[in-house]
Unconditional design. Structure first.
Length: 471
């Protein structure tokens, strides 16, 4: 593991708890400062497995930009680490507490400040829940596309911090493509604005994109200007069953090579299909080795589904079932939405990988994961945003079995190694956090790590922002 300079020092050890609390309380409401150990401990982790976490000294829940600035000025002056958090639905340990840190929870900053149908933008605070924003803009005929699986719980600030994706990325892209501008509180408490409200703008370095995916290591996002799109028609869905994962991946390649732009193109392997059947009793055929779901939200989705269905059949689909209406489409999507819950039910604990590979190499990844599962005698199901090559191999294991835990971690690492071998990346949308620090260094190389650390030092010279994450 590579340890950064900021990780190597912990100046908080020289600060008394009383000093820190007194300084924080001087600029925060009483109910915004949490010190009960049972309460603060509940803020120590996100949803990742195998990620160490420290014990927070205090949890603060600001409501205003000025309160966030006060927290950062205090932390900077006392040289205390600060870990920003949203809803803690992350899967890489990026929001895990550092020992003796200030946990800065932004969930109370949850206002939608503006929805502008002419400029097609929304201005929001970081604690706004993704689904809340999506519904609010939908009422005005607009659409905010990024839709992580946790969209009913995750926040926009967390989505920005991890550069989240979702089911619709194949057509509409990821969070980074919708963040036009940010207000950011820096490590020393200064407020900086980046980006724009306009449709175009290229003034200076693109600092907005730099903050997207930075996992709270460069500054605290306190306001975001987001691009919106016109609300598309409701989508129709097609389900195609295949006798092998390779045939399903061939269908994906045919669909994309033929120029189709589905609003969703998702793949589930046989392990996942069977887990979903066991949990939901949906009656998916037990003989299915891979299930491909394709959707279109065009003006004539039935015609698009027919064309894609023909391509699936040419790739060897054993059955192709296009939905007749929107209600049936929703039923077909329930299988995909149930996948991760179903896999968790297999053994009680999961490690969800996030390897993204070129679409042309999806079949090799599925085959490799199957071999890794056999080698380690584990159940590993794969669900994938197949249209953009982002896969989620999900390792199922018993957290009470030490040997199984070891094998789970080893298989997880082997899957990341496989992804790099296939020309991919260790994370498509979940981020690096604690879980993938070593692998980030391998992917970037020594020069890449050096330059990233230089950027970190420019924004956070004391190393107090989310120390120990990324690299």
């Amino acid at each position: 593991m590579i340890m950064s300079r900021s990780e190597a020092r912990h100046p908080a050890a020289t600060v008394t708890s009383a000093d820190l609390l007194d300084r924080l309380r001087a600029g925060l409401p009483a109910d915004a400062v949490l010190t009960d150990p049972d309460v603060t401990l509940s803020y120590a982790n996100d949803m990742a497995s195998f990620c160490p976490a420290g014990t927070p000294a205090v949890v603060v829940l600001p409501r205003t930009v000025e309160e966030v600035q006060h927290v950062m000025r205090t932390a900077s002056e006392l040289r205390v680490p600060v870990v920003p958090q949203g809803a803690r639905t992350g899967l890489s340990g990026g929001a895990n507490a550092s020992e003796g840190c200030v946990v800065l929870s932004l969930t109370r900053m949850d206002r939608i400040l503006e929805i502008n149908p002419v400029d097609r933008i929304a201005v929001v605070e970081p604690g706004v829940v993704n689904a809340t924003l999506s519904r609010a803009v939908g009422e005005q005929g607009l659409y905010y596309p990024p839709d992580p699986s946790s969209w009913e719980q995750c926040t926009i600030g967390g989505n920005i911090g991890t550069a989240s994706g979702g089911l619709c990325c194949v057509k509409y892209g990821v969070t980074a493509e919708y963040v036009l501008g940010l207000d950011v509180v820096l490590a020393d408490g200064r407020l900086m604005s980046t980006g724009r409200r306009t449709a175009k703008g290229v003034a200076g370095y693109d600092l907005t994109r730099l903050f997207v995916g930075s996992e709270g290591s460069l500054g605290i996002v306190v306001r975001a200007t987001l691009a919106l799109k016109p609300q598309p028609p409701k989508q129709l869905v097609l389900a195609a069953e295949f006798a092998s994962g390779a045939a399903a991946c061939d269908a994906v390649c045919r669909i994309m090579a033929d120029g189709h732009v589905p609003s969703l193109l998702e793949l589930m392997d046989r392990t996942t299909v069977r887990a979903v059947n066991d949990l939901t009793r949906m009656g998916l055929p037990d003989t299915t080795e891979a299930l491909l779901l394709a959707a279109f939200d065009t003006s004539d989705p039935a015609a698009d589904l027919a064309a894609v269905g023909a391509l699936c059949e040419a790739a060897g689909a054993t059955q192709v079932v296009p939905a007749d209406d929107f209600a049936e489409s929703e039923l077909l999507l329930q299988a995909r939405r149930s996948a991760l819950v179903a896999l968790e039910a297999v053994k009680g604990t999961t490690m969800i990988d996030d390897v993204c590979v070129p679409r042309s190499r999806l079949a090799e990844l599925l085959d490799g994961v199957e071999h890794i599962a056999e080698k380690h005698q584990l159940t590993i199901g794969v669900v994938a945003h197949a249209g953009d090559g982002n896969t989620h191999p999900t390792v199922c294991f018993d957290a009470q079995d030490a040997d199984e835990c070891r094998r789970a971690r080893e298989s997880f690492d082997e899957i990341m190694g496989l992804g790099l071998e296939l020309g991919g990346t260790i994370t498509g949308e979940h981020g690096v956090g604690v879980l993938k620090k070593e692998w980030l260094a391998r992917e970037l190389g020594p020069v890449g790590v050096e330059m990233q650390r230089a950027v970190k030092a420019a924004f956070d010279p004391q190393g107090i922002l989310n120390p120990g994450k990324l690299f």
